[in-house]
Each structure stands twice: as structure tokens, then as C-alpha cells.
Design a protein around this ligand. Structure first.
Ligand SMILES: *Cc1c(COP(=O)(O)O)cnc(C)c1O
Length: 409
């Protein structure tokens, strides 16, 4: 089954009560049972069923199954936001004294998070890029995980998943990737050796900019050394499900980071067009980047543009598609603002993966809490505009951007 067919007819797409084509939005906190014995069985995983929405819910379960099937994992856990997915995927295996190796070109919120984790004794060592050469010198006895974004937002650097996962596995370390910007339409990171995938499903998976959510998917393939990952030892009996079992029974459940049933439903509706949208969005982004690069002192960064350092990796790993984000350097902050204000079809908004084209000036917004050096490493300069390309007709987008750029002084 190909991608778009799987979205509509995959194993995870069940028949729902009354022949409904979509799962019911079980907008309840709790589920009742005939007898105390029945509830006891559900609570102790001796019978299938739902007890309390913080722990599981039919609409959320349906969403988890669909994303899990697309990524080719063994299980998935939905979260209240992309940030909670990133946080919990890491905390599930980390404790005081441990170290993370992460890329620099990360989502600003994730860089902020790594600073917060420092207060709990978890240190992050940043590599400018997640490559074997750059992470090797950072690895120590304390390194418990390597974390990066498949396509960095907004750095737009791409991880060579196969090379990096082979290397980190040889050191007994798992690779956790945030694949928000790539989506399973461009790549299934597990096929290239990544161990755990997280998404901010608020973005392309939802696709309409109408709900905040996140999800963690496990490949089940990493062979955990239970003497190094001590917290997991208790879950050893679950075999390949040890990571997921700990997550569900531990930090995820107890920190209360559950996804609302309504948002799970909206994600399911939105993701049915994920393939269609990504195809359109990536083609639009390539055309737009090509049209504006070099125009009136403006340059564009887009992974599949000719001469981009990741051009080859886009072909070999991302199905030839460069994703939905491009960055533009306008020449100065003033010119960047002038350009953004002159656009008719691009909204000024801090989001990506909407059906609409969105623009933002990262240095004065999403990177406001980061240092100058963190900005540089993430490819954010005073004159950088991030464009999250939408599904509009590309001729209109090109006309809108080129006339705004041509008018720049
Ligand atoms: C938006 C985003 C996040 C955070 O997701 P929220 O749903 O906003 O919490 C994490 N990683 C990447 C790459 C993102 O774009």
C-alpha cells in the first residue's frame, strides 16, 4: 500500500461504531463499567478498555495508531504538545548526571528546554551539525542520547540518519529525532536506523493550524543496556516494548501530558491529506525559493536548491523533497520587515505546517530567548525571514514575493 492509500485504508484505519468513517470524539474524562471487577481488569491491563482520558481515550488511541503505522513503529504515545513529546521522549531515559548531544539548528523551544533540564542535572552538548565527525568528540561515558531534527527548523540542516545512527549505535547510544518538518511523507526515520521519532503534530500532521499536539513513536529496535539505562530495567520484561511501557506508566502518565480527544480527532481529519499537502507544499517551496534567490540582493536557503550542501541527501533520503520551509535573507532587518509587510498572501504568524503560507522574523520572535551564538548556529540572522510555505497556487505566491522583493530599497 502506498502512502496516500495507507492514510485512508491502512491497518490502523478501523471501522467505527455505526459504520462511522472517523472515530467518535469520546469527549469524556472517565469510562464506566458494569462491575467493580470489570474496572479492576481494565486498570490492570487484564481486559481491553479505557478508564480515564489522561491514561487513554478512543480518539487519542486512533490517532496514535495512524501515526504509528505511517512511521512504521511498534507503538506511539500522543502528547499535549510537540514540546511535551520532546521533553518526555528524553526524560523517559535520562536522569541526573546524564548528557544529551544535540544539534544547534534546533527549534528555539527545544534549545530553551535543554537549558531548563540543566537545572535537573541533565547537560546538553551542542554540535553545530549532527554528523559523525562533529558528535564524536562530544561523546563520553555520560552520553545517553543523541537528539536532532531531521530537517532543522529553522537551520534547514539535514541529518544523514543512516550514517549517524550506525555510529551512535556502535557506542550503545540511541538516536532520537524530531521529524516534524520532514513528516513520514518525506522519510520514515526508522528505515534509516533512528530509534525514536517525535513530532509536533501541531504542524504538518494536523495541517490546518487548529490544534496543539505532539507524538512519540518507538521503533522497538534499540537494544537497551539496562545497566546504563537503569530506569528501564524495571520494564525489561516487556522486551521491545520496554521504552513505551516505561513512558506510558511513568513520566508521560504522571506528568499529565495527555492529548485532548477533540484535538486527536482534528489531527485525524487533517492527516488524511498529509501526502497531498506535503507534495504540493514542497513543490511550492522549491519554486518559490528558486524564484526569489538572487533577486534584488535577497538570498534563499532551501535544501533542494542547486548548490545547497544537502541537495544530494534530499535525493537519497527525503524522496527528492526539501520540505515546506525556506529562509530568506533580505539584507537587513529593515528590509526584512518591509518585505514581510508588503506580502498579501503570507500571514505574520509563529507556526509552520499550516495550509496557509506564514512568515516570521525569527531573531525578534521565536529566538528572542536565545543567545546571539545560538541564533547564528541555527542559521538565524538579523535579516532572516522564515517562510512556511502553504498550499496556495504557486504563481500567486511567486508574484506576491517577487513584487515585494523588487520594491525593496
Ligand atoms: C513547533 C515545533 C516543536 C514544538 O511543538 P509544539 O506543538 O508547538 O509544542 C518542536 N519541534 C519542532 C521542529 C517544531 O517545529
Amino acid at each position: 500500500m502506498e502512502f496516500n492509500t495507507k492514510l485512508l485504508h491502512g491497518n490502523a484505519v478501523k471501522r467505527y461504531p455505526e459504520g462511522a468513517t472517523l472515530p467518535p470524539i469520546s469527549q469524556v474524562s472517565a469510562f464506566s463499567y458494569e462491575t467493580a471487577e470489570d474496572l479492576e481488569k481494565v486498570f490492570n491491563n487484564k481486559a481491553p478498555g479505557f478508564a480515564y482520558t489522561r491514561i487513554s481515550n478512543p480518539a487519542v488511541d486512533a490517532f496514535e495508531r495512524r501515526v504509528c503505522e505511517l512511521e512504521g513503529g511498534i507503538g506511539a504515545v500522543a502528547c499535549a504538545s510537540g514540546m511535551s513529546a520532546v521533553t518526555l521522549a528524553l526524560l523517559n531515559i535520562l536522569s541526573e548526571g546524564d548528557e544529551i548531544i544535540a544539534g544547534s539548528g534546533l527549534f528555539g523551544g527545544t534549545i530553551d528546554l535543554f537549558e531548563d533540564l540543566q537545572e535537573f542535572g541533565i547537560t546538553t552538548r551542542f554540535a553545530k551539525h549532527i554528523t559523525v565527525e562533529e558528535i564524536e568528540p562530544l561523546i563520553s561515558e555520560k552520553t545517553k542520547v543523541v537528539f536532532g531534527e531531521v530537517i532543522g527548523n529553522p537551520g534547514l540542516d539535514i541529518i544523514d540518519l543512516k550514517a549517524v545512527s550506525e555510529f551512535v549505535h556502535s557506542k550503545g547510544i540511541p538516536l532520537i529525532v524530531d521529524s516534524t518538518t520532514a513528516t513520514p511523507y518525506l522519510v520514515r526515520p526508522f528505515d534509516y536506523g533512528a530509534d525514536v521519532v517525535v513530532h509536533s503534530s501541531s504542524k504538518y500532521i494536523n495541517g490546518g493550524g487548529n490544534s496543539i499536539s505532539g507524538i512519540i513513536i518507538d521503533s522497538g529496535k534499540f537494544s537497551w543496556d539496562y545497566s546504563r539505562y537503569k530506569g528501564l530495567a524495571k520494564y525489561k520484561k516487556y522486551g521491545e516494548f520496554a521504552y513505551l511501557a516505561k513512558l506510558r506508566n511513568g513520566v508521560w502518565r504522571n506528568m499529565g501530558s495527555c492529548l485532548a480527544p477533540m484535538n486527536a480527532f482534528l489531527n485525524i481529519v487533517g492527516m488524511e491529506t498529509l501526502g497531498l499537502r506535503m507534495d504540493r507544499i514542497c513543490h511550492n517551496a522549491y519554486e518559490l525559493a528558486s524564484a526569489v534567490d538572487g533577486l534584488n540582493g535577497v538570498s534563499a536557503n532551501y535544501p533542494s536548491l542547486k548548490g545547497n550542501p544537502y541537495e544530494k541527501l534530499v535525493q537519497s533520503q527525503l524522496n527528492g523533497l526539501g520540505g515546506g520551509i525556506l529562509t530568506i535573507r533580505a539584507g537587513s532587518k529593515e528590509r526584512a520587515y518591509q518585505l514581510m509587510n508588503a506580502l498579501n498572501y503570507a500571514l505574520n504568524a509563529t507556526n509552520i505546517g499550516d495550509a496557509r503560507t506564514l512568515v516570521i522574523h525569527p531573531a525578534s520572535t521565536i529566538y528572542i530567548h536565545n543567545t546571539e551564538e545560538q541564533m547564528r548556529n541555527a542559521g538565524v540572522f538579523e535579516d532572516t525571514i522564515r517562510v512556511s510555505v502553504g498550499i496556495e497556487d504557486v504563481s500567486d505566491l511567486i508574484e506576491d514575493f517577487t513584487s515585494a522583493i523588487t520594491a525593496l530599497k
